[in-house]
Write a protein that binds this ligand. Structure first.
Ligand SMILES: NC(=O)c1ccc[n+]([C@@H]2O[C@H](COP(=O)([O-])OP(=O)(O)OC[C@H]3O[C@@H](n4cnc5c(N)ncnc54)[C@H](OP(=O)(O)O)[C@@H]3O)[C@@H](O)[C@H]2O)c1
Length: 341
């Protein structure tokens, strides 16, 4: 890439079911110019997150879809390379809504300065960023775990699930993680110190989950839906709370999928066990909880009480393949692309 060109990745076509590399196109574009009063940014790390799958569909949701030919949505960690903005100097490290780009121009909207002395800058996209805050806000504002209760979370080795379980432990609860495969389950038990980890790919998954929850489930932090929800539902206790955070098992569904209709059973359990199910999008809690989240989790990382894992792939052009792998569980920790630096 020459000094005068940048790269971006756009949505080339909408996926039908599971996305493929053909749904993306990499483009060379002129280097952006410094906007009056703004900043120029060089992307260091690009964040890849499950919500981006939803943006690829032309479907009504909480955020607008990416249009065909438009740059894929993303947050990234960037270095300021030129600035006319009073709040940002050359060399500052910022979090920015750049989309899948190597370079970007900004008028300053949506930027947040990161302190490299507080924690490694990549954490701004993971444990100390949007996914970490999702875990913190959903667990505390909706899940409300109490000492001695049982908290279950799936995608437990990822940035949301790994923090949910560790925060549940800090609240005095038992934490049970659900993850795909023996390596992830070992990590969840031994590194993240959950009380148990269950492999959702094992044929007798539902029985193992029931055995790990002898007193039932008081908080189920819903990250996946599908077969995991089916196994969890009969184990929920009276007055259990279910923060509905994500449904990754359903993101590629195009309608008319085979499998049982779980709606009648779900409604029956909601009524007969006085369950609370509440969906949420992390930013709904930002005004009230973000500052405390940063303080609490940064302190937990510093003391070693909170651990995190990142899965970093080198090379901007590897973003589509890495993203597709993450949707299928091939990531092991927070998925990031090292773009430069
Ligand atoms: N509501 C919000 O504001 C908000 C914000 C951020 C994230 N989220 C949601 O939170 C969830 C976790 O996000 P994350 O960033 O922490 O993702 P992540 O764990 O890094 O990656 C997704 C993981 O989902 C698991 N998975 C994929 N298909 C599955 C299936 N059919 N059944 C069970 N597990 C499956 C895979 O892990 P295994 O290999 O362990 O199966 C995969 O590694 C996602 O649903 C995401 O959309 C919501």
């Amino acid at each position: 890439m020459s000094e005068s060109t940048a790269k971006q990745i756009v949505l080339a076509a909408r996926p039908k079911g599971r996305p493929t590399p053909e749904n993306f196109r990499i483009e060379q574009v002129p280097m952006p110019a410094l906007p009056r009063g703004g900043v120029l940014l060089r992307v260091l790390y690009l964040s890849l997150d499950p919500y981006m799958r939803g943006r690829m569909d032309d479907r009504k949701s909480y955020a607008p879809s990416v249009g065909i030919g438009e740059v894929m949505t993303a947050q990234s960690v960037c270095e300021v390379t030129a600035s006319e903005h009073p709040g940002y100097a050359v060399g500052d490290i910022v979090l920015a809504p750049t989309g899948w780009r190597t370079h970007a121009a900004s008028d300053g909207t949506g930027l947040r300065k990161l302190d490299p002395k507080l924690a490694p800058i990549t954490t701004g996209l993971g444990v100390l960023g949007m996914p970490g805050f999702t875990a913190y806000s959903g667990l505390y504002a909706i899940g409300k775990p109490k000492p001695g209760e049982t908290v279950v979370v799936a995608a437990a080795s990822g940035p949301v699930g790994s923090l949910v379980g560790q925060l549940a432990k800090m609240a005095g609860a038992r934490a049970i993680g659900i993850a795909g495969g023996a390596d992830k389950c070992r990590h969840v038990r031994e590194e993240l110190r959950f009380d148990a980890a269950i492999d959702h790919r094992a044929p007798d998954f539902a029985q193992h989950l029931a055995a790990a929850c002898p007193k039932g489930i008081d908080v189920y932090f819903e990250n996946v839906g599908g077969a995991v929800w089916q196994a969890v539902l009969p184990l929920l206790n009276r007055f259990a709370r279910v923060p509905v955070c994500g449904l990754i098992a359903q993101y590629n569904a195009s309608g008319g999928e085979p499998g049982p209709n779980l709606l009648p059973a779900t409604m029956r359990e909601i009524l007969s066990k006085s369950l609370t199910l509440r969906g949420f999008i992390n930013y709904e809690f930002a005004a009230e909880h973000f500052a405390t989240f940063l303080q609490t989790v940064a302190a937990g990382i510093k003391s070693g009480e909170i651990r995190y894992r990142e899965d970093i792939t080198d090379g901007f052009e590897n973003a589509p393949a890495t993203f597709l792998g993450m949707l299928e569980g091939r990531n092991f920790g927070k998925t990031l692309i090292r773009v430069s630096g």
